[in-house]
Design a protein around this ligand. Structure first.
Ligand SMILES: Cc1cc2nc3c(=O)[nH]c(=O)nc-3n(C[C@H](O)[C@H](O)[C@H](O)COP(=O)(O)OP(=O)(O)OC[C@H]3O[C@@H](n4cnc5c(N)ncnc54)[C@H](O)[C@@H]3O)c2cc1C
Length: 438
C-alpha cells in the first residue's frame, strides 16, 4: 500500500477518473491543504464530444486527448501525483481503493469515473456492436469503417458490396445524430471522390431511434432541423423504432422487420461505471446505476466519499432536476469545481454550499457545417449554429496545440474534403506482451 494518509499532517484525497469532473476538481483544489492522487485507467484526458469525429476519420485521437501528467505538471506542485491504473474496488472501512497495481489509502475519496455503454437487456451486443464512449472505441470504429470501404472498393459482386456498406446507428441523441451525419458526409462527398469503384447508392446509413423524435433533450425545432439535416445527408431516419437484436450481420427491429447491417454503432444507452464497494454497508444507486449523492455531492451515508459527474445522481437536492442532472460535460465540470471549493473552504473553517446546476444550453452538429443550438429560449440552426458549436468546442479543448490542430483541420475540411486522416493503420499482432508482471 502506498501513500500513508496523514503522514505529513495533510489530508490525502484520491480522485478516481481524470475526465471533466475529476480534472476540474484537481485544478481547483487548494494543494496547500491537501495531497492529491489522481487515478485513471488511461494516461490521458479525453474529450468525448468529439469522439464521433475520431470515429469518422475527421480528427486524429491526439487532437482530442491530452496527457494527464502534462496537465498536472502545469499545477507546479509536487502535492499532486498521477497513478495510471484501473480502480475496481473500494474498501470503505479500511479507506482504500484497489487499482490493478496497488492499494491506495485515502482520507477523502472523489469518485469521477464517468459512465459506460448500457446494452439494457441485450448483453450479447457488447461483443457485436461498435461504441464510441472512449478513444480506443472510436479508433476501432474508424479503422473498421475504412476497412469496409477499402474491401468494398475491390469487391466485384454488387450485392456483396451493398451488404458490406450497410451502416446502422442506434440512438438518436447527440452522439447518434453526429456519427450518422459524419458517415452520411462520407457517403455524399468522399465516396464519389476517393472510391469511384463504389456506386454511391450502394452505401446506406440508417439511424434508429426508439422515441418519436431526435435529440429528445432538446427543443422541437432542434429535433426537426436535425431530422432534415440528416435526410439531406442521405441518412434514413427511423423514429419510434427500437432494435430487438443483432446477429449474423442482421438487425431485427421491434416490429419484427429485419435489415442487413455490416456495422451497428450503438449510442443508445449509458450506465454508471461499475465499481465494487466493500465493508461499508449499502451504497445507494439511482437511475442508470448512478451513485446517489446529497446536495454537496457526498455519497449518501458516507461522509468522506464524494461522487461527481456522470457516475453520480442527485435526485433530491436540486429541485429543478428531480430525475437527476443530465449526463453532460457542464454538470461534471461544475460539480468538480464545487466540491473542490467546498473542501478548500472547510480547510479554512469556512462555509460550504450545495450544488445548483447552471444550464448553459445544449447543441449537436449535423455534418461538417451545420448544427443546432438551444440556449435557454434561444434556438439556432444551420451555419451560424455551427460557428457557435465550433467556438464552444475549441475553447473547451485542453492545450493550445490541440485547439490549433482541430481548428486547422476543420477549416481544411470545410473547403476541401481531403484529409490525411483516412489512413488505415492497425496495430500489429506480434510480439504479444503484457505490461511488466512479477
Ligand atoms: C460520444 C459522446 C458525445 C458527447 N457529447 C457531449 C456534448 O456534445 N456535450 C456535453 O456536454 N456532453 C457530451 N457528452 C457527455 C460528456 O462527455 C460527459 O457528460 C462527461 O464526459 C462526464 O464527465 P465525467 O468526468 O463524469 O466522466 P468522463 O469524462 O467519462 O471521465 C471519466 C474518467 O474516468 C476514467 N475511469 C473510468 N473508470 C475508471 C476506473 N475504474 N478506474 C480509473 N479510472 C477510470 C476514464 O478513463 C475517464 O478518464 C458526450 C459523451 C459521449 C460519449
Amino acid at each position: 500500500m502506498t501513500m500513508d494518509s496523514n503522514s505529513n499532517g495533510r489530508r490525502h484525497i484520491v480522485v478516481v477518473g481524470g475526465g471533466f469532473a475529476g480534472l476540474n476538481f484537481v485544478k481547483h483544489i487548494d494543494t496547500r491543504f491537501y495531497d492529491i492522487t489522481l487515478v485513471d485507467s488511461h494516461n490521458y484526458h479525453s474529450f468525448p464530444p468529439l469522439f464521433y469525429q475520431v470515429a469518422s476519420a475527421g480528427l486524429d485521437p491526439a487532437s482530442i486527448c491530452f496527457p494527464l501528467r502534462r496537465e498536472l505538471r502545469k499545477l507546479k506542485t509536487p502535492c499532486v501525483r498521477f497513478h495510471m491504473g484501473h480502480v475496481d474496488c473500494i474498501d470503505v472501512s479500511a479507506r482504500t481503493v484497489r487499482t490493478d497495481h496497488d492499494t491506495l489509502a485515502y482520507d477523502i475519496l472523489v469518485i469521477a469515473a464517468g459512465s459506460t455503454n448500457n446494452f439494457f437487456n441485450m448483453p450479447e451486443l457488447e461483443k457485436s456492436v461498435y461504441t464510441i464512449k472512449s478513444t480506443p472505441e472510436a479508433l476501432r470504429c474508424r479503422n473498421d469503417i475504412l476497412g469496409l470501404l477499402e474491401r468494398a472498393a475491390v469487391e466485384k459482386d454488387a450485392a456483396v458490396r451493398r451488404r458490406m456498406l450497410r451502416f446502422v446507428v442506434v440512438g438518436g441523441g447527440p452522439a447518434g445524430v453526429e456519427i450518422a451525419g459524419a458517415i452520411g458526409e462520407m457517403k455524399r462527398y468522399i465516396l464519389p471522390r476517393e472510391y469511384p469503384s463504389i456506386p454511391q447508392e450502394e452505401m446506406s446509413i440508417t439511424l434508429i431511434e426508439g422515441s418519436p423524435k431526435l435529440l429528445g433533450a432538446m427543443g422541437e425545432k432542434s429535433s426537426r432541423d436535425a431530422y432534415d439535416g440528416l435526410r439531406s445527408l442521405m441518412v434514413d431516419v427511423r423514429l419510434g423504432m427500437g432494435m430487438k437484436s443483432y446477429a449474423d450481420n442482421r438487425v431485427t427491429l421491434a416490429d419484427g422487420s429485419v435489415m442487413d447491417a455490416s456495422m451497428v454503432i450503438w449510442t443508445a444507452g449509458v450506465t454508471a461505471r461499475p465499481l465494487e464497494f466493500i465493508n461499508g454497508g449499502e451504497v445507494a444507486r439511482g437511475h442508470g446505476n448512478r451513485l446517489v449523492t446529497d446536495g454537496y455531492c457526498r455519497l449518501t451515508g458516507q461522509g468522506d466519499i464524494y461522487a461527481i459527474g456522470d457516475i453520480a445522481i442527485m435526485p433530491e437536492a436540486d429541485t429543478a432536476f428531480p430525475n437527476g442532472h443530465p449526463q453532460l460535460a457542464q454538470v461534471a465540470i461544475q460539480q468538480g469545481r464545487l466540491v473542490a471549493r467546498n473542501l478548500n473552504s472547510q480547510a479554512r473553517g469556512g462555509q460550504v454550499s450545495t450544488f445548483r446546476y447552471k444550464d448553459k444550453g445544449s447543441m449537436a452538429t449535423i455534418g461538417r457545417n451545420r448544427a443546432v443550438v438551444d440556449m435557454k429560449k434561444l434556438h439556432m440552426s444551420g451555419f451560424s449554429a455551427w460557428l457557435v458549436w465550433m467556438f464552444v468546442h475549441l475553447i473547451s479543448l485542453l492545450g493550445m496545440r490541440n485547439k490549433l490542430t482541430v481548428l486547422i483541420n476543420w477549416i481544411w475540411a470545410y473547403f476541401n474534403y481531403s484529409t490525411s486522416l483516412r489512413l488505415l493503420i492497425r496495430p500489429g499482432r506480434w510480439p504479444r506482451r503484457d505490461l511488466w508482471q512479477e
